[in-house]
Design a protein around this ligand. Structure first.
Ligand SMILES: [Zn+2]
Length: 283
């Protein structure tokens, strides 16, 4: 039996929404300061992420990292951890609740509880022109999870080993020396760099479409805390069709790491852990 429609159904639907988490209370990042520091920065490192694989990189606190598309359209799945304590990691759901479904300049990648502080701030986004398209799609989402072999086994059957989840697991294991099973526990929901996604209006389902990323497009961040990052070049390539097979064309991604000149960030206040006292109402 379908539920009975109440007489005031239209009036209930017509109630205007309110924003769950207005962000005026959050301090704005000083983008002008960050960009001035970036202008005088020197390159520390460059990591090539091979197609259908992942690689790790490290960024000192107050350093910068840039993720660039190379030879063709390619989506990247990004994990971030506090380099000194891997239990502090990126919290995709809370970043979404604060900033919306897709991230761009001035928005943050927030860490999990109990730290809940900015890990990285986006300072440049060459796809910032895209906005929200007629399907409700946009770029760099925090709504997807990461393609993984478990969902693939349920939906398609078979064993596929180059999903972003497995790529990130192998990269973290190689970087830290952890066994695969231990590294896997640290892999978490991602920032989908360059991926174009949204929710269908009729069924509310997660959709993807061909990424608008062109060779040379990049997304650049300031590291608010010392970071260990892992980036997977998704087996979906531009994610226009499918993402758990070897059928899509895939391309490398490049991560470059930069350090600002001495003193360039002297006016900067790095984020402290969250001020909540953690007593949870006891004592
Ligand atoms: Zn993927």
């Amino acid at each position: 039996m379908p539920p009975e429609i109440p007489a005031d159904a239209d009036a209930r639907r017509a109630i205007r929404p309110v924003i769950c988490y207005p962000t005026h209370a959050l301090p704005d990042p000083d983008l002008a300061l960050y960009r001035r520091a970036r202008d005088g920065a020197r390159k520390l490192d460059e990591v090539i992420v091979p197609p259908r694989d992942a690689a790790c990189f490290r960024v000192p606190q107050g350093g910068f990292f840039r993720i660039t598309g190379t030879d063709g359209p390619q989506v990247g799945d990004l994990n971030l951890w506090n380099a000194g304590d891997l239990s502090e990691r990126f919290y995709s759901g809370k970043s979404r609740a604060l900033h919306g479904t897709h991230l761009t300049v001035g928005e943050r990648m927030w860490s999990c509880f109990p730290w809940m502080r900015p890990m990285a701030t986006i300072i440049e986004d060459t796809l910032g022109w895209y906005g929200i398209d007629e399907f409700g799609g946009s770029v760099h989402d925090v709504i997807g999870t990461r393609c993984d072999p478990y969902t693939n086994a349920l939906l398609s059957g078979g064993q596929y080993h180059h999903c972003c989840h497995s790529n990130l697991t192998r990269a973290l294991a190689d970087e830290t020396g952890m066994p695969l099973a231990e590294a896997e526990k640290h892999v978490h929901d991602v920032l989908n760099v360059f991926m174009c996604t949204g929710f269908t209006r009729d069924t509310g389902q997660y959709f993807m479409k061909a990424s608008p990323v062109r060779p040379g497009d990049y997304l650049e961040f300031l590291a608010e805390i010392p970071l260990l990052g892992a980036l997977s070049a998704c087996p979906g390539g531009d994610c226009s069709t499918e993402h758990s097979s070897d059928s899509a064309a895939c391309y490398p991604l490049v991560v470059e790491v930069f350090a600002p000149a001495e003193g360039a960030l002297d006016a900067w206040q790095p984020p402290s852990p969250n001020p909540y006292d953690r007593s949870h109402g006891r004592g």
